[in-house]
Design a protein around this ligand. Structure first.
Ligand code: PMP
Length: 363
């Protein structure tokens, strides 16, 4: 390609051009230091300023109250699948235990990982519905003695999203927001823990954001790796070991970009418009279909199938040639997927719809 393409990858995902340009401009000589940001000490005054600003900007963007700690860790969402049970399960009354709402591949992984550390109770599952929906609230089998309930707010592979934070009563709720963090307004007080990697809606991979209610910190199992012990990381400003400084700096540029767009409320409106454009097109098409229950359709990961699957290879080849790349669905789901996170402009979605229309006409 001799230009930037529209990249629908699920993560690492497309980033705003402005952010990439700024990083490029600052690469050789950051803030007049004669070096890049990734070549200086994480404990230097200059880097600590970046860190403090990142924390402050995230607090502003998500409206995170002081009663929550923000940790910037490594190991991704998958790392937290282990860290969360190790840090929280000891809070259960009758031995380590947690409840899981399984609505797709990612919450299923969380559920399985947790089994290593205690009792993981499958409170609800949509596996029998091929993860195309969310089980009705009335069917959930929540335990009275679980330390917490885990759910995945947006299933990246199936394209299933909770429209609202579910109500689980007084039990602390843990939300995997890997693929919808900062994409819409979320009332932070409604969950005890929010976590996700930066590589979809924020910046490059490498940094994992964990937002934890402070009273839940300090109860970890003895076996908890030091780097994932929330108490240790709280006391060391997430720097018990060398943090991913470049990823943190890039996340900071992403936050500034989002603030400039008008913040989460403004981006939410745009995300809604983008998703509607694509779903409205899919719904009237006779070639493509989305299989997710309408009210649970993801605004971030739009999955679709060609009714004639023999056309899949041609669809991918032609879309790719048109500069609309990474539309192949995850192998666990098949079909296609267009990931349209914060940094995907509406022009990208319009171009995709136009291509799909044209492909349908020619099919
Ligand atoms: N949860 C969800 C919803 C995800 O989409 C992903 C990554 N695609 C993960 C967890 C795992 O995150 P990571 O790759 O950062 O470990």
């Amino acid at each position: 390609f001799d230009r930037r393409i529209f990249n629908f990858a699920a993560g690492p995902a497309t980033l705003p051009e402005e952010v990439l340009k700024q990083a490029a401009d600052e690469m050789l000589n950051w803030r007049g230091l004669g070096t890049s940001v990734m070549e200086i000490s994480h404990r230097s005054k200059e880097f600590m300023e970046v860190y403090e600003e990142v924390i402050q900007d995230l607090r502003t963007l998500m409206n995170i109250p002081d009663s929550y700690e923000i940790l910037l860790l490594q190991g991704g969402g998958l790392g937290q699948n282990a860290a969360i049970p190790m840090n929280l399960m000891p809070l259960a009354k009758n031995g380590p235990k947690a409840d899981f709402l399984v609505t797709g591949v990612w919450s299923e992984k969380s559920y399985k990982e947790a089994q290593k550390y205690g009792t993981a109770n499958l409170a609800a599952s949509s596996a029998a519905e091929k993860f195309n929906t969310i089980p009705a609230r009335s069917t959930w089998q929540l335990s009275s003695d679980a330390a917490y309930v885990h759910y995945c707010a947006n299933e990246t592979i199936g394209g299933v999203e909770f429209p609202d934070v579910p109500d689980v009563g007084d039990i602390p709720l843990v939300a995997d927001i890997s693929s919808n963090i900062l994409s819409k307004e979320m009332d932070v007080n409604k969950c005890a823990v929010w976590f996700g990697g930066a590589q979809k809606n924020i910046g490059p991979s490498g940094v994992t954001i964990v937002i934890v209610r402070k009273d839940l910190i300090g109860h970890s199992m003895g076996i908890t790796p030091t780097i994932w012990d929330w108490a240790v990381q709280t006391n060391t400003q997430s720097m018990i070991n060398t943090p991913p400084t470049f990823s943190i700096y890039m996340a900071g540029l992403g936050f500034k970009w989002l603030l400039k767009q008008g913040g989460v409320k403004a981006i939410e409106k745009r995300n809604q418009e983008k998703a509607e454009l694509l779903y409205n097109f899919l719904d009237q098409s006779s070639l493509y279909e989305n299989r997710v229950t309408k009210e649970y359709r993801s605004r971030m990961n739009v999955t679709f199938f060609l009714k004639d699957e023999n056309l899949n290879a041609e669809f991918l080849a032609q879309s790719n040639a048109a500069g609309l790349v990474a539309l192949r669905g995850h192998k666990a789901a098949g079909g296609m997927r267009a990931s349209i996170y914060n940094a995907m402009p509406i022009e990208g979605v319009k171009a995709l719809v136009e291509f799909m229309q044209d492909f349908e006409r020619r099919a």
